[in-house]
Write a protein that binds this ligand. Structure first.
Ligand SMILES: Cc1cc2nc3c(=O)[nH]c(=O)nc-3n(C[C@H](O)[C@H](O)[C@H](O)COP(=O)(O)OP(=O)(O)OC[C@H]3O[C@@H](n4cnc5c(N)ncnc54)[C@H](O)[C@@H]3O)c2cc1C
Length: 384
């Protein structure tokens, strides 16, 4: 390696930003000259708190970026190609040579291929620009729907409610938040959500979106033959890793997409690394920020000669959704062979708890809490 080497980072989202900070904090000798190429035209912001925008929190308050004279941040200049033989990244404005390249391109929202999904008035929920456009379109409108009843879908449903729209949630699975909670927990959550005035349509797909006379979306057609009036639709049906640059550059991808990297977060090209939601670490992509931050630390360490490895991801979740406490941790769905579950439902206090135990009932393996998650820290710490 020459005295100073060129590092190019593609993506200035939550993890890309954390990576640059971690590297700069360690790189006392200033071995790396850093260029960050960002597709969005504003620097990194707190996507996890994105919905706070509808509570009046400004884009500036969500900012995560602090200027650093040793880092050239090129906003609104997406990378369009990687030439691995010449070791350059291309944008519309020019070429950026690299000695090391870090991909931090995140994910894109998956939009199911249904008729009408491209109508005006149909949005995704990923960036500040998306939320700005949703707020704009909601003006003067009365009805809205969210396709997807997972974590993000319920967050979007709350946003539509706060914008004054009569809100529907359409979920293909038979319960809300199918990834995190079990059937009984989902039923309790549904009660809370419906009491807030959000209508739920579970176990049905959206078969088409139909326009009104002005050409913007007006209704959803459901697979059970029903229809839902919706002058604004948010699609929150999952995310997919943004691996298009890696794919075009011939890097190996994970079995379900994402840039395949090893425990060092290095791809099959030794000069190219991937962190955050675009990375498939040993084949698995992680859609949460904490594992992404752990990857950022690993690559910062590696680029300065360290030997850190990805410690694995904790998928435990605790959140307040539409004012309801929901937590899930460990083996929440009881998939461990022979495991037992103990459940507790209290309709009066509207709480539900499930603990998953080992076959001899001596070891806590996981659990689900809905309505009251105050026991979460203790329970989570007791797993195993
Ligand atoms: C509303 C919402 C709520 C969430 N809540 C939680 C939560 O409670 N807990 C949790 O753990 N996670 C949550 N997440 C997920 C969390 O935000 C992500 O895990 C995190 O942002 C991932 O960081 P990242 O840097 O990998 O991707 P991103 O933050 O998406 O950043 C990727 C960046 O790369 C840019 N990019 C893509 N391609 C290019 C290119 N070719 N050139 C240049 N730039 C490019 C993108 O425009 C984007 O700015 C939430 C997400 C949303 C949308």
């Amino acid at each position: 390696m020459s005295e100073r080497s060129d590092l190019v980072v593609i993506g200035n989202g939550m993890v890309g930003q954390r990576f640059v900070e971690a590297l700069r904090a360690r790189d006392q000798q200033r071995r790396w000259r850093v260029t960050v190429l960002a597709e969005e035209d504003r620097p990194a912001y707190d996507r996890v708190r994105l919905s706070a925008f509808f509570d009046g929190v400004s884009a500036e308050e969500l900012n995560l970026h602090t200027p650093d004279e040793g880092v050239e941040l090129r906003l609104g200049e997406p990378a369009v190609g990687i030439d691995r033989a010449r070791r350059v990244v291309t944008t519309a404005a020019g070429e950026y040579p690299y000695d090391a390249l870090v991909l931090a391109t995140g994910s894109y929202p998956f939009v199911p291929p249904v008729d009408g999904a491209d109508l005006p008035g149909v949005f995704v929920y990923r960036t500040l620009d998306d939320l700005g456009a949703i707020r704009e379109h909601a003006r003067g409108r009365r009805t809205g729907a969210v396709i997807g009843g997972g974590l993000l879908g319920l967050e979007a449903a709350n946003a539509l409610r706060l914008l004054g729209l009569t809100t529907h949630v359409v979920e293909f699975a038979p319960r809300l938040m199918p990834v995190q909670v079990d059937e009984a927990g989902g039923a309790m959550l549904r009660r809370y959500v419906e009491e807030l005035g959000v209508a739920t349509h579970l176990g049905v797909a959206t078969s088409a979106l139909h326009p009104g006379p002005d050409g913007t979306v007006a209704a959803l057609e459901l697979s059970d033959g029903g229809t839902v009036d919706a002058e604004l639709v948010v699609v929150a049906a999952g995310i997919r890793p943004r691996d298009e640059l890696a794919r075009a550059a011939g890097l190996t991808l994970g079995p379900r997409g994402g840039v395949l990297v090893d425990a060092a977060c290095r791809s099959d090209d030794e000069r190219i690394w991937a962190v955050g939601e675009c990375a498939a670490v040993d084949g698995t992509c992680h859609g949460l920020v904490a594992p992404g931050y752990a990857m950022a630390e690993v690559v910062a360490d590696r680029l300065l000669g360290g030997s850190a490895t990805f410690p694995g991801a904790d998928t435990a979740t605790k959140l307040k959704l539409l004012g309801v406490d929901v937590a899930s941790f460990g083996d929440a769905h009881g998939v461990t062979p022979g495991c037992l579950d103990v459940t507790f439902t209290d309709p009066a206090t509207r709480t539900y708890a499930k603990l998953v135990l080992s076959d001899d009932a001596r070891t806590l393996l996981g659990g689900v809490l809905v309505g009251d998650a105050s026991a979460y820290p203790t329970l989570r710490a007791s797993v195993g």
